[in-house]
Write a protein that binds this ligand. Structure first.
Ligand SMILES: C[S@@+](CC[C@H](N)C(=O)[O-])C[C@H]1O[C@@H](n2cnc3c(N)ncnc32)[C@H](O)[C@@H]1O
Length: 300
């Protein structure tokens, strides 16, 4: 089966160059405010999709356990350094399009700055829907093609693509911006109900960021975020969606092994071996090394 291409962060210094030295304290703080407004106070098992170096993971502290998932093992190694190895964090290398989890396992999931890299966004969202329980919460951030800058550039003839049409725009290879209405439609057709929309990064302008301390600018952003319920013209949009149906009372397994299914054949009873998980159905072997379960390619 073919899958959409993955934007590869293996070996990338993204956390350092983009966040720590990239002058993005304002955006990070504004995201923290939005997440706080959307996250359930507590929960059992959270899946963080495309967690990168775990920048946001400490913000999910109210959850008993958190599966930190990324395609890149070097990003996961950085996340491990930040968060440590403990029962609370389970590190998984896997492709969003091919998740190695049993259906309806998680009570919450987040996907922040990741849809941005999805060539087939509805397919990625469908995978998230499968692993969430009824009543489960999904917090999704996406890059908005209908942002003020893109609208102005288009109206002034400086940009060929229209920000008003529903299809995604790929402005750099494997980097996509989405129309808020398209995202709502995809979520709705998958059985999610959008409960809250916040617009984030209203003041993403070099001059403002230089003049006003990040903390103050982020607080101001926080004041404007709820206008997302009315209109969305910021570069970043956060959506809180719930899976239709009553909150599940299903128990979360204590044993991590029972979280997984074989991403090749769907077999649920993987067998733990010394350095891998073995699928008794299709004989696939999934490496488990350095505290990371790796479900990208079978080592058979
Ligand atoms: C822009 S970074 C965001 C990281 C983190 N969410 C944050 O906001 O700091 C995008 C992350 O998505 C991961 N990613 C991209 N495509 C993926 C895929 N198909 N499956 C799993 N992870 C993916 C990348 O490895 C990268 O770590």
């Amino acid at each position: 089966m073919t899958h959409p291409p993955v934007c590869n962060y293996e070996g990338s210094d993204y956390q350092q160059s983009f966040w720590e030295q990239g002058g993005r304290e304002y955006e990070d703080r504004a995201e923290a405010i939005a997440l706080k407004r959307m996250l359930p106070k507590a929960g059992s098992l959270m899946l963080e999709l495309g967690a990168g170096a775990g920048r946001n993971t400490p913000r999910y502290a109210g959850f008993e356990r958190i599966v930190v998932l990324d395609y890149s093992t070097t990003q996961l190694a950085q996340a491990q350094e930040r968060l440590g190895r403990s029962e609370k964090y389970i590190y998984v290398a896997a492709d969003v399009y091919r998740l190695p989890f049993r259906d309806r396992l998680f009570d919450s999931a987040t996907m922040i700055r990741v849809l941005h890299h999805m060539a087939d966004a509805p397919k990625a969202l469908a995978q998230v829907r499968n692993i969430l329980q009824p009543g489960g919460v999904f917090i999704l951030e996406f890059a908005n093609k209908l942002n003020i800058k893109a609208i102005l550039r288009y109206l002034l003839g400086r940009q060929a693509w229209s920000p008003f049409t529903l299809e995604p725009v790929e402005f750099v290879e494997l980097n996509f911006d989405f129309h808020p209405k398209a995202v709502r439609q995809w979520l709705g057709s998958l059985g999610f109900s959008v409960e809250k929309t916040l617009t984030v990064s209203h003041f993403r302008l070099g001059l403002l960021k230089r003049l006003i301390p990040a903390k103050i600018l982020a607080a101001l952003d926080g004041l404007f975020q709820p206008t997302g319920a009315l209109w969305q013209f910021t570069p970043s949009v956060f959506v809180k969606a719930k899976v239709d149906g009553d909150q599940s009372t299903g128990e979360i397994p204590v044993n991590v092994l029972q979280f997984f299914k074989c991403p090749d054949c769907g077999e649920k009873n993987l067998v733990e071996k010394e350095s891998h998980l073995f699928c008794p159905n299709c004989q696939a072997k999934w490496q488990a090394r350095d505290g990371i379960y790796d479900f990208r390619e079978s080592i058979k």
